[in-house]
Design a binder for this molecule. Structure first.
Ligand SMILES: Nc1ncnc2c1ncn2[C@@H]1O[C@H](COP(=O)(O)OP(=O)(O)OP(=O)(O)O)[C@@H](O)[C@H]1O
Ligand SMILES: [Mg+2]
Length: 274
């Protein structure tokens, strides 16, 4: 039975799509069967896997609105064990199209449940908003990964998201849990970054991933080649950080040679890298 993980944060540009693409690629390479659901009309995850939107015949829009079965819309990527339900711009229209539909928040869940046993992991890349599509993702998933920047304003955004998670949990999805909060584009040399990590840890003591994803140019270049970073530059810091994150998700020891771990773990005055 696959685990369904939504990657959500209503703040834009915090690394949601990047995280979905790179975790999926790594878990696929480890023989896990993975489905990525691109639930963002921007279709960044779709593009990052090298899929041209013009070639997409059925998308997340068709699945959420019930025009197509999820099995008929999923396509294989070029990367081992990774399939995708692609998104195109028309997904933006489903907010309005479903506005008067009683089951509008359950649409994705109903479809995902029909393929849950076909995969080990299903990731849902949510759009940067707390609207119908993101709520569909939160209703459909078992757990949530929250990528965030270690910036002061990110704390406000986090409390808004946590309120939404509480509402979804009490009304639609009682088993919903946070898988982890993931700091992305992290620079441990900045005091503010370490302060924000400490602040978030106070509120979510066991929920902050040990692995931090550093700002890394290879991560941002890879999508323009239609590749996850591990297939673009396997020895980059970015690829190593996402690999380490996957060890954490799989409950494995965080094994990386010490010299490679600089910048991936939190590095501050109080908590020196061991
Ligand atoms: N660790 C990183 N280092 C450098 N650049 C990064 C990193 N993570 C993401 N980026 C870049 O930052 C930008 C935003 O990332 P991404 O698209 O994954 O965020 P998002 O949260 O999905 O955005 P949106 O809210 O628009 O969907 C992209 O250009 C991406 O390539
Ligand atoms: Mg995105």
């Amino acid at each position: 039975m696959g685990k369904i993980i939504a990657v959500a944060n209503q703040k834009g540009g915090v690394g949601k799509s990047t995280t979905v693409v790179n975790i999926s690629a790594y878990l696929g390479s480890r023989d896990k069967k993975v489905l990525c659901i691109d639930a963002d009309p921007q279709g960044n995850t779709t593009t990052a896997f090298g899929i041209k939107k013009k070639t997409v015949s059925a998308s997340t829009y068709d699945v959420i609105t019930g025009k197509t079965r999820i099995q008929d819309a999923v396509i294989h990527t070029d990367f081992k064990n990774v399939s995708i339900l692609p998104a195109t711009e028309d997904l933006a229209g489903c907010e309005i199209e479903l506005a008067n539909n009683e089951n509008r928040l359950n649409r994705l869940k109903m479809q995902v449940l029909t393929c849950k046993t076909d995969y080990d992991y299903i990731f849902i890349d949510c759009p940067p908003a707390l609207g119908t599509i993101t709520i569909n993702g939160l209703v459909a998933c078992d757990t949530i990964i929250v990528p965030m920047l270690a910036e002061f304003f990110a704390l406000e955004g986090l409390s808004q998201l946590v309120n939404t998670i509480k509402i979804v949990k009490s009304n639609y999805n009682p088993a919903l849990e946070i898988e982890g909060i993931l700091f992305t584009m992290f620079d441990g040399r900045l005091n503010v970054a370490n302060d924000v990590v400490e602040e978030v840890k106070k509120f979510f003591p066991d929920k902050v991933f040990e692995t931090k994803i550093p700002r890394n140019v290879r991560i941002s270049e890879a999508p323009s080649y239609g590749k996850p970073v591990m297939y673009y530059d396997k020895s980059s810091k970015g690829a190593e950080a996402y690999e380490l994150l996957c060890h954490e998700i799989l409950g494995e020891p965080l094994e990386l040679p010490k010299k490679k771990r600089r910048g991936i773990f939190t590095f501050n005055k109080k908590n020196k890298e061991e």
